[in-house]
Design a protein around this ligand. Structure first.
Ligand code: ADP
Length: 285
């Protein structure tokens, strides 16, 4: 059977000419919480490869283990002994991932008593970058993040979109090759969200970091991603990997194209199937 370029395709082997090197690899990663019989298997047998500079989005029903997976990649939670995590091809033992990736959790976690600039430099400060140098770096980035003139404002004086941009700027300023973004636009209204998606794509095109992005929104996953990973109901594992071959840069009108609709229909069916399983799990006594 002939395969359309939008169908699920196996990832190209790293040695193929023109394929960027693998930045992050997960091999048979598991996470179980508690002891049997009250054990929760949050993540099971996750295998994935993310190439350098790739933008990968991750969708799946609530409670399927997405945040647990992120916490393991960020080094905040050790994976179980079964599997391994590799960064630039090097296996990472317990605790070694900590500080190796930039991580933006779901809530923006801005300190209300700190200005925009001082919130933005937080991760650099923790790393020991002198405050003056950190501030100068952050100031230079304000225009790109749409925050010119807001250096001395406090979080409560900002819109939701601006707060997210401060949090993203902090994540970018922590200069790591891999960025983990956990539903950064989940709390924004639809118009701001669409604006922020395209703004993020511009920033990504300029900086070319490797991005792993969690979302509940299928449109968002397709608009942003080079690849969309769908996770199964808990215990979460990768159900499918879809290469998104839509041309870049992506215009907001991409969501109306037949190619987009074709991918969306298939992914929706997959996620609905997994959401039904989650519902059945939750309804079980
Ligand atoms: P998602 O981010 O996809 O909504 P999570 O990773 O937050 O899912 O959670 C996956 C499963 O693991 C859930 O059933 C959750 O209750 C469970 N879980 C997460 N963290 C812990 C923990 N520290 N202790 C026990 N169970 C946990």
């Amino acid at each position: 059977m002939k395969m359309s370029p939008l169908e699920v395709q196996p990832a190209a082997p790293a040695h193929e000419a023109g394929t960027p090197p693998v930045m992050l690899e997960l091999v048979n990663v598991w996470k179980r919480f508690g002891e049997s019989p009250a054990q929760t298997v949050a993540v099971s047998n996750v295998n994935l490869k993310i190439n350098k500079g790739e933008f990968v989005t991750l969708v799946g029903p609530s409670g399927c283990g997405k945040s647990t997976l992120f916490n393991m990649i960020a080094g905040l939670l050790p994976p179980d002994d079964d599997g391994s995590l590799l960064l630039r091809g090097a296996p990472q033992r317990d605790g070694q991932m900590l500080g190796q990736v930039s991580f933006m959790p779901q809530r923006d976690l801005l300190f209300p008593w700190r200005t925009v600039l001082d919130n933005a430099i937080l991760a650099m400060e923790v790393e020991g970058v002198p405050r003056k140098l950190a501030r100068a770096k952050a100031e230079a980035m304000l225009p790109e993040f749409g925050l010119s003139g807001f250096a001395k404002h406090y979080p409560h004086q900002l819109s939701g979109g601006m707060r997210q941009r401060v949090a993203l700027m902090r994540t970018f300023l922590f200069e790591r090759d891999v960025l983990l973004l956990d539903e950064p636009f989940g709390a924004l209204d639809a118009l701001t969200r669409s604006f922020m998606q395209h703004w993020l794509l511009d920033i990504w095109a300029r900086h070319r970091r490797t991005v792993l992005f969690i979302t509940h929104d299928i449109d968002e996953a397709i608009v942003l991603g080079d690849k969309v990973l769908v996770m199964t109901a808990r215990p979460g594992t990768v159900k499918s990997e879809t290469v998104i071959d839509l041309p870049r840069p992506r215009d907001p009108s991409v969501v109306t194209s037949p190619e987009f609709m074709h991918i969306k229909r298939r992914l929706l069916a997959e996620i609905e199937e997994e959401s039904r399983k989650t519902f059945a799990q939750e309804a079980a006594p």
